[in-house]
Design a protein around this ligand. Structure first.
Ligand SMILES: *Cc1c(COP(=O)(O)O)cnc(C)c1O
Length: 373
């Protein structure tokens, strides 16, 4: 018996579409499948300019270029996140200013943000942990008051909303990840959402390797040339085929993941009630697509539980060495972020993917219960 932590959705006609693409040079050149993906994504994000990228990391790097990060600029972000959230900005010379997280949602504690704003602050980067929304209205008020950019790292949030609107559409810009570790995947890929019209022109230049190629495609000019900064941030067409195959029925994939996480919740609720462990807050269950986690009492118990489950072939994952505590992070000065460290020590993510069966969830939760017997 072996239960993987995640998988790439298998019920799609990848092979036939890839074969078709590889036999058609002009489809590859014209990015036929990227365009088909954009058509579908435009229904979800009608008011944003969309750019398919080779990763969410690339989309964050585009944002750092677009807001023109200079040496010494400060960006405020949680320490409880993936490296790219910080690195995209730090690579251009920004100083990361880490905030602790809220003990219920594991999102940045918004009550601590305002005290950290200085005259060097350029942006706040909100991370929606596991696709669970930050209070974007509250954060927007803070950012507007101090005239700084609000960026959403919605890498884990495809399909998730806040007050009826998709995550990634509230900030000046936002990113989604289509990595194989996320709910919908192109094997490796991402999406940049540009919501602030101020970046309409510059985002095309940065995306097209620093050229005005978009104007050529729009028929406004007859040659394109080098006009600014940029890179080859675009998604590979082979990845676009995989993404398109999944986007054709993405809600099925999302619903399957959500239903499995509901089942986990029901089967583990008693353990939470009797205070053996904590599970994700119930308010997130209706849109829980990305991650199902449990929290143990301490790091030692978390490690023992992970080992116990692995003996039954069940693969689990912790989440994040906190950025402020990592080798690179401490080079910006030591900080005390107690909730971040506590959650990092105690959190364990359980298998969640569209090939997981209900019987697997019963098996996994039985083994979790057995731990205390
Ligand atoms: C996965 C993830 C990223 C990176 O996404 P890639 O597509 O792998 O580059 C960035 N931020 C967060 C919060 C993530 O979960």
């Amino acid at each position: 018996m072996e239960i993987k932590f995640n998988s790439c959705s298998v019920d799609q006609p990848y092979q036939s579409i890839i074969k078709e693409l590889l036999n058609d040079y002009s489809s590859i050149r014209n990015k036929h499948y990227s365009q088909k993906c954009i058509k579908i994504l435009e229904k979800t994000y009608p008011d944003s300019s969309l750019f398919l990228t080779h990763s969410a990391t690339a989309a964050l790097e585009m944002i750092a270029l677009l807001i023109d990060i200079q040496k010494g600029d400060e960006v405020i972000l949680p320490s409880f996140t993936f490296i790219s959230t910080a690195n995209a900005f730090v690579s251009l010379g920004a100083v990361p200013v880490f905030v602790d997280i809220d003990p219920e949602t594991f999102n940045m504690d918004l009550n601590q943000v305002e005290d950290l704003i200085t005259e060097n602050t350029k942006a706040v980067i909100a991370v929606h942990y596991a696709g669970h929304a930050c209070d974007l209205i509250h954060l927007k008020t803070i950012c507007n008051k101090h005239n700084i950019f609000m960026i959403e790292d919605a890498a884990m949030s495809f399909g998730n909303t806040f007050r009826g609107n998709p995550l990634g559409t509230y900030g000046d810009m936002g990113v989604i990840s289509f990595d194989v570790t996320k709910q919908i995947s192109s094997v490796q890929g991402g999406l940049l959402l540009v919501n602030n019209k101020k970046f309409s022109k510059s985002s095309n230049i940065v995306y097209n390797i620093g050229t005005n190629k978009q104007q050529l495609l729009d028929g406004d000019i007859s040659y394109y040339e080098w006009v600014g900064k940029g890179s080859k941030f675009q998604m590979n067409e082979l990845s676009a085929v995989v993404l398109y195959s999944q986007l054709m029925n993405y809600s099925e994939i999302l619903i399957k993941r959500r239903n499995l996480s509901l089942l986990y919740y029901q089967l583990l609720a008693d353990l939470e009630k009797n205070q053996f462990l904590k599970i994700i807050p119930s308010q997130f269950l209706s849109e829980n697509f990305n991650t199902f986690y449990i929290l143990l009492k301490n790091k030692n118990q978390r490690e023992t539980m992970a080992l116990h489950l692995s003996q039954y072939g069940i693969e689990t994952m912790f989440h994040y060495i906190p950025l402020h505590d990592s080798k690179m992070g401490v080079s910006f000065g030591r900080k005390e972020l107690p909730i971040t460290n506590l959650v990092s020590d105690c959190l364990l993510r359980l298998p969640l993917h569209s090939q997981l069966k209900e019987t697997d969830v019963h098996y996994i939760t039985d083994k979790i219960k057995e731990f205390w017997r």
